[in-house]
Design a protein around this ligand. Structure first.
Ligand code: HEM
Ligand code: SF4
Length: 458
């Protein structure tokens, strides 16, 4: 995955997108079976040519990475123990959730800002876990180091080969790079990877703080044309909105970019067509960004029921209503109507919307029941922790309302919910939430106070 940034005048973004394509080419199975099954294999293969540098890097076997004479020089007959996710980005833009990836790549430009100098690499991030199995856990990627411009493909190959040769194959729940990193630590992983790489990794280049970016709404691409980032709630487009999008895309022949937050970016819109594009989409019921609550814009849910066979409860269909309730709670806590909060919701612990880096995650643990995870950051750079389990969705207010009240009362100016929870630690958070619940019960009318007492609130 590369950043969905639709800019034409940003060599750094262009380099990140090119790196993503090259890495995908490098590591794509060579048999072509995928294309034969899922695409018109013959057409795809003849239309698409990878960069010759990729072909060369794949074939290079100076440090014992390859299976000689195998149709799959990197994978041999075994492939990898499990899925392997890669994202590329530029400094400061964490739209790809870099730290949740098996391999994260950050493009570092030279002093002129025009040429790539090299790449910072991060390894061993991941999300999926199982309930009641402590050996499965989400993990943030560790910094592996910096590599020079021409070394990216060789370094990525080295990382993949370490996982290929040392990743566990006996237990699929522990078969991701994060499990290897957890077992070895980054120093051992780095030194083994260096043997396949044939060089040492340099210290990672210093980076500015990360931000959440989504490129929604109208913006300038940098070549006189516009882009329009369309918010798609939980990635689901249907009915008239789908027809309107299709009509606009076909009429103006617009390239479309899918974003890691399940949104769409329409590119190459002529400024003269802006009004018509907006009007056509509106007529189809595609709401403009200003009409969405900021919570919706920042939140994500996975497909879950009825689409996913692993779901134990709702996510995509439930989150819109949950967000309405969360906004009401935030308002009652006296927080501003524009207060941002990153909420993610899944129907099981596999982590498809990367919930374990959200500020507040609802992770399905039974029918209409969720674990609550708190403490991820507003730029998804920190892991959340389990705060509560088996919270029934109908009872969310009982847990969340005192939490939001405590946050409003005890946060530093402008402090995000996840930052507040992580800074204080859960013991303090629980005490403050209990105090907020008790204060609310004292102020409640007698009937509500009696109900609160009956439900165990102190
Ligand atoms: C609808 C059926 C789906 C099924 C059955 C499914 C299955 C899974 C499973 C089993 C895992 C855990 C992998 C592991 O721990 O190694 C996982 C993780 C994940 N899935 Fe899905 N998924 C589905 C849909 C999606 C969709 C639609 C997306 C993206 C839009 C997605 C993105 C992810 C991501 C980002 C992770 C976390 C990867 C990690 O563990 O690091 N999944 N999924
Ligand atoms: S997180 Fe959601 S989409 Fe992913 S496996 Fe679980 S229920 Fe399915």
């Amino acid at each position: 995955m590369g950043p969905a940034a639709p800019y034409t005048n940003r060599p750094d973004y262009a380099a990140a997108q090119k790196a993503a394509l090259d890495l995908a080419d490098l590591l794509t199975p060579q048999s072509g079976a995928y294309y034969d099954v899922w695409l018109d294999g013959e057409k795809f293969m003849s239309a698409y040519k990878e960069d010759p540098a990729v072909t060369e890097a794949r074939a290079f076997n100076g440090f014992g990475t390859n299976f000689e004479n195998s149709p799959e020089p990197i994978y041999g007959a075994q492939f990898l123990p499990r899925k392997f996710k890669i994202a590329t980005t530029v400094p400061g833009d964490n739209s790809v959730d870099l730290f949740t990836q098996d391999l994260g790549v950050v493009v570092i430009m030279d002093e002129t800002g025009q040429q790539v100098k090299g790449y910072n690499l991060y390894v061993g991030g991941g999300q999926g876990r199982s309930h009641r199995d402590a050996d499965t856990f989400p993990r943030l990627a560790d910094p592996l180091g910096f590599v020079a411009k021409d070394d990216l493909l060789h370094a990525a190959k080295a990382v993949v080969c370490v996982q290929r040769d040392y990743g566990r194959r006996d237990n699929r729940k522990q078969a991701r790079t994060r499990h290897l990193l957890a077992e070895w630590g980054i120093d051992k992983f780095r030194s083994v990877a260096e043997q396949y790489f044939g060089k040492t990794f340099q210290s990672a280049a210093p980076l500015p703080a990360w931000q959440y970016k989504d490129y929604l709404g109208w913006g300038e691409q940098g070549d006189g044309k516009l882009f329009y980032g369309v918010y798609v709630q939980n990635g689901r487009i249907k009915g008239e909105a789908k027809k309107a999008l299709r009509a606009v895309i076909e009429k103006f022949n617009l390239p479309v970019v899918l974003t890691p937050h399940q949104n769409l970016i329409l590119r190459d819109v002529e400024p003269a067509a802006k009004e018509e594009v907006t009007a056509l989409l509106r007529a189809g019921g595609v709401k403009e960004l200003v009409e969405w609550d900021g919570l919706d814009r920042l939140s994500m849910a996975c497909p879950a029921l009825p689409l996913c066979g692993l779901a134990v409860t709702e996510a995509e269909r439930a989150l819109p209503d949950v967000n309405v309730r969360i906004r009401a709670m935030l308002m009652r806590a006296g927080l501003p109507a524009s207060q941002p909060l990153h909420v993610r919701m899944t129907g099981c612990p596999n982590g498809c919307v990367r919930p374990y880096v959200a500020e507040l995650a609802l992770v399905g643990d039974g029918p209409n029941s969720y674990q609550l995870w708190l403490g991820g950051g507003p730029a998804q750079t920190r892991l959340a922790q389990t705060y509560a389990e088996r919270v029934k969705v109908k009872d969310l207010e009982a847990t969340l309302e005192p939490l939001f009240a405590a946050w409003a009362a005890h946060r530093q100016p402008g402090e995000a919910f996840g930052d507040w929870a992580a800074r204080q630690g859960f013991d303090t958070v629980r005490q403050q939430a209990a105090a907020a619940a008790a204060a609310a019960a004292r102020q409640a009318p007698p009937a509500a106070a009696a109900a609160a007492a009956a439900s165990g609130a102190k």
